[in-house]
Write a protein that binds this ligand. Sequence first.
Ligand code: NAP
Length: 307
Amino acid sequence: MTGGPMYDVIIIGGGVAGYTAGIYLSRAGKRALVIEGTAIGGQISVSPKVENYPGFKEISGMELSDLIYTQATDLGVETEFDTVTGVEDLGTVKKVTTEYSSFEARAVIIATGCRHRKLGAKGEEEFAGKGVSYCAICDGAFYSGKEVAVVGGGSSALSACELLSGICSKVSLIHRRQEFRGESKLVETLISKPNVEFILDSVVDEITGGESVSGISVKNTVSDEIKSIPVSAVFVSVGQEPQNAIFSSLVDLDAQGYIDAGENSKTSRAGFFAAGDCRSKMIRQLTTAVADGTSAAMAACEYLRLN
Ligand code: NAP
């Protein structure tokens, strides 16, 4: 036993899926604990501008995260800032071990989201934190008036590019295809920016520099031509991947490493539920994460009632 309180539900991950589950659980009279290892709000907390969440015409991801956190906390959801290192199913009790402690609950909701995918380019690791960044909103201001590059063709890369175009002297947007996966409205906005250059059908071959990044070599995938571009920073925004390795012996994962759970959020193990981007699903959006948090909380309530 941990000696601490027995929670009804421990929610692993403090993104919107996790806190939505917490809000529903608290309102159902359950004692819920969110364990979050990095930042409240998860990925949305670093989105400069959210324009597709009903009720808010425009809001920063950080502001939205704060509002959700405050709402959940006011309703009684507890939060521990710690990193989960292991989860055990002891039958009626589930034990969640963290770096600094351990906690027990009758059910667990996994809402760990995804993490930034790496590019795999030469120099990416060497210059991480020295010009290679995965978060324009966090690091963009360091490159005020400088030339930078953004890599990727999804909405995250396009949003990062828009933000950086207002801070940096020039932004080169490097994408491996001609078509963008991200929203066309964002593409149109970028086309109208004089300091944004589209470098398409291209991949980053190498990130170079001394103490910090000073340039990139970019390869055109059609012509094989390689060109060097002087930049002070490279913002890598090529999507996400799940971080479910610690749950692999507990619940079934799909071939991509996402938790195998359907719309009802039930995993292969009773008493364990999955919500948000960490689960196998077609659409990973803020609104679908919110929906998942709701489903997981409802399923957990049903489980608690029957067990
Ligand atoms: P994403 O939509 O999966 O896009 C990833 C992009 O990176 C794709 O363009 C992909 O190219 C490219 N890519 C992947 N691996 C690469 C590699 N190794 N080298 C070069 N390029 C690579 O990811 P995301 O942009 O992070 O968005 C994630 C989710 O959040 C999406 O559902 C998105 O709609 C949502 N989101 C929405 C907003 C908003 O404001 N509405 C903002 C941010 C994110 P290909 O296209 O060729 O595969």
